[in-house]
Design a binder for this molecule. Structure first.
Ligand code: ASP
Length: 351
């Protein structure tokens, strides 16, 4: 098999960090230096790759929509070419802390994507003897070498798991299998063999429209996690600042409907055009607002169900939709439409 070409955008993260006086911090040039010294990185099983290091390198806790924009534009430029020297895929090396947000955002922003964009990183820096960095990096590259032409979506590869980006979630701060996709089976599992679920992986034939980047970053959104004892005034103050809110509710999407000030805060925000999306706090599950009285009351004040969206994907999707067409009705309708495999619709709503 001929060697494919992979563009690596090295954005930051623990993988290339070194211990500083103030804890782990990214160090320019350090990752490239280690890769250049390692003969495994020149193995013929790997694709040809070009590593582009971002400046400054970022701990992903410092990242936000402007960084997602930068990655999206960069990836677009590298992947849009289809000539003989074109890149077949992009690999983004990224910190784990906000990887699920970036993966979700890129999945929406990269409209009409027809090639794979894979995101990886590591729990331990590459220079540490027990680092998980080489396994993640090398396996991610081999996945792209072997399967790139059949893949056309934003994915996360981490700790033996291949996941849909907008379904991914950081579920572990300690073990190497740090990510999972609680509401969708994994796209693949990697052990001695590659066990991929081709019925789930989105291929180029599923892409629609021209390949373009939807800019995001000007809309104002927030996430709010309900907790017992919440003062409605705090929620009210937050709702005054935003066009959209991801409301992380209890259980199947339930909330304290007997708290009248709470309900009024939601209702008046709805009347001002704020889009409020209910996602469940349990890691695994789907918001079903019709199930309990405490959920139905939310429907009455205009809250919409985000079904089984992760809070990360719900936030990214809100930012994206508010940018495309800020009219609240349009955003509400699109929020409940599956755009990139990010949500499973209840059977009653499937078209
Ligand atoms: N703080 C790091 C980051 O997100 C954590 C990691 O990469 O694992 O950049």
């Amino acid at each position: 098999m001929s060697r494919r070409r992979v563009y690596i955008a090295y954005v930051g993260g623990t993988i290339g960090m070194r211990q500083s006086q103030r804890g782990y911090a990214p160090e320019p040039g350090f990752l490239a230096e280690q890769l250049a010294e390692n003969p495994r990185m020149r193995a013929p099983e790997l694709p040809e790759f070009t590593l582009h290091e971002y400046a400054p390198l970022l701990d992903s806790s410092n990242m936000g929509p402007s960084d997602w924009m930068r990655i999206a534009r960069d990836v677009q430029v590298r992947l849009e070419d289809n000539g003989p020297d074109a890149y077949d895929a992009a690999l983004v090396i990224h910190g784990t802390d906000t990887m699920a947000y970036t993966a979700s955002a890129l999945s929406f922003m990269l409209e009409g994507l027809r090639k794979p964009v894979l995101i990886t990183g590591s729990q331990m820096p590459l220079h540490r003897i027990r680092s998980d960095g080489y396994d993640n990096l090398i396996t991610a590259l081999i996945l792209l070498q072997r399967f790139a032409p059949r893949m056309a979506e934003v994915m996360v590869y981490f700790g033996g798991r291949l996941l849909r980006g907008n379904r991914s979630k950081k579920i572990d701060g300690e073990y190497f299998a740090a990510f999972d996709s609680p509401n969708l089976p994994r796209l693949g599992t990697v052990g001695i063999d590659f066990d991929l679920s081709w019925d789930l992986i989105r291929g180029p034939e599923q892409a629609q429209g021209p390949f373009r980047v939807q800019e995001i970053g000007s809309a104002s959104v927030a996430a709010f996690r309900l907790f017992p004892g919440l003062k409605a005034s705090a929620l009210h103050a937050m709702l005054a600042e935003v066009q959209g809110l991801v409301l992380e509710c209890y259980g199947a999407g339930n909330a304290p409907h007997r708290d009248q000030a709470f309900m009024r805060a939601l209702e008046s925000a709805r009347d001002r055009g704020v889009v409020i999306v209910d996602v469940p706090q349990p890691i695994h599950g789907c918001a079903d607002l019709a199930l309990y009285e405490t959920g139905r009351a939310l429907l009455d004040v205009g809250v919409i169900s985000g079904f089984d969206l992760t809070p990360e994907a719900a936030l990214a999707k809100l930012l994206y939709l508010l940018e495309k067409d800020p009219s609240p009705d349009a955003v509400r309708a699109q929020m409940q439409t599956d755009l990139r495999g990010e949500m499973s619709l209840p059977t009653s709503l499937e078209s």
